[in-house]
Design a protein around this ligand. Structure first.
Ligand SMILES: *Cc1c(COP(=O)(O)O)cnc(C)c1O
Length: 387
């Protein structure tokens, strides 16, 4: 079996089918024609390989899907138009009216919204659970629990979950384990080696990697694939051709970009943890981050996204710090080449969050870390000098 950096470069590449070009053509297709009625009948029985309609995928989106599946270690992948569509595809694949899902309390807020404003309307109940619950998850199981949703680490507060412990309990009760694996990009955490049934990626982030396209991916082992594919198809979700191409293009350089994001983020975090303004560093590679021991056990590295909790400063002081930053743009996405800052508001229902300490999320980009530290130094000066 090839190593993951090799897979990232070669998976999904079929030069022999594309005139020798190493990259796939971008198929802009709605109509896919068939040469005969007999061929059409055959195609109906080969939904994965025999293209029928643009919404069901093209050779461009398949190349992206193959590459994601190879990286995440699943067998099959469905590309959709955004990370949120990937989450919805995964959840709706396994629930019906009257069912129950368990969602980690630190979940990405649109995931919570989907549960509150949508699943609820269709008679699917959500219970939030403490992300550190581990094997105790069993206490929340109901007869109608169908899905447990995990996000590890949480993309704002960075709790690392004990996924193998949770998965072991779920599998005894035939509950599907869905994981939002965007933080690790499927590079630093292998979901299918840790009991996950369906792994979701906001490919918008590190796969696209250049902040210029929206894309999602849902990856599974073979046994759950039909449910996932049907869910995406019934919902009408698909990945736009240019965006699937950009996702694949980004993945070719993912390994080198991620390693640099990792290194830069560690340098910036190491410096931040020495600063008196910083109360807590929430970066899974540091012992101050809840779940650090699990990260050490299950992950092989860290990406460029982490948070800090500041000491108690006024909202205006924090705004002065953020507004004056030159290299860290204020933006809610991440995973592109550039550094970003975000002022996080956290919603909690099963656990408590001390919101007296401003939570600042940083995405550390590919700039020179010396320049990033200089920019943040001036930011912390503004924070201190604000009156
Ligand atoms: C951004 C993000 C998503 C959603 O992805 P979109 O492509 O923006 O829909 C899902 N999960 C996490 C952790 C994210 O950061």
């Amino acid at each position: 079996m090839k190593k993951q950096d090799t897979k990232l470069v070669h998976s999904g590449s079929h030069p022999e089918k594309q005139g020798g070009s190493v990259n796939p053509p971008i198929y802009h297709a709605s109509t896919v024609s068939k040469p005969s009625v007999a061929a059409l009948e055959i195609a109906k029985n080969e939904p994965d390989t025999n293209f029928m309609y643009g919404r069901h995928g093209t050779p461009t989106s398949r190349a992206f899907e193959e590459t994601v599946a190879a990286l995440e270690g699943g067998e099959r992948c469905v590309a959709v138009g955004s990370g949120l569509s990937a989450i919805i595809t995964a959840m709706l694949a396994f629930v019906k009216q009257g069912d129950h899902v368990l969602v980690c309390d630190n979940a990405y807020s649109p995931t919570r919204n989907f549960s509150e404003k949508f699943l609820k309307r269709f008679g699917v109940e959500t219970t939030y659970y403490d992300p550190f619950i581990g094997t105790e998850i069993i206490k929340h199981f109901q007869d109608n629990t169908k899905v447990i949703y995990t996000e590890s680490p949480g993309s704002h507060s960075f709790e690392v979950q004990d996924i193998p412990a949770i998965a072991e309990q779920c599998h005894k009760s035939e509950i599907k384990v869905v994981m939002d694996n965007t933080w690790s990009a499927g590079y630093f955490f292998k979901p299918f080696n840790h009991g996950v049934d369906v792994s979701v990626q906001a490919a918008t982030k590190y796969y696209v990697g250049h902040s210029d396209a929206m894309l999602g991916a849902v990856t599974t082992k073979a046994e759950n694939f039909a449910a996932i594919r049907d869910s995406a198809r019934i919902l009408g979700y698909h990945a736009a051709p240019d965006d699937a191409y950009l996702g694949l293009r980004g993945m070719r350089t993912l390994a080198s970009r991620l390693k640099r994001h990792e290194k830069n983020a560690l340098i910036v975090a190491d410096w931040l943890k020495t600063r008196p303004e910083v109360h807590t560093l929430l970066h899974p590679a540091f012992p101050s981050c809840p779940g650090h021991q699990i990260w050490k056990r299950d992950f092989t590295g860290s990406s460029g996204l982490f948070s800090i909790l500041l000491n108690e400063y006024s909202g205006d002081a924090v705004a002065a710090m953020i507004d004056g930053l030159e290299l860290f743009a204020l933006g809610g996405s991440w995973g592109g080449y550039e550094s970003l800052v975000w002022k996080t508001q956290l919603t909690r229902s099963a656990t408590k969050w001390d919101s007296t300490k401003p939570c600042i999320r940083l995405h550390v980009g590919l700039e020179d870390p010396d320049d990033l530290i200089a920019d943040l130094t001036e930011g912390l000066d503004r924070l201190n000098n604000f009156s």
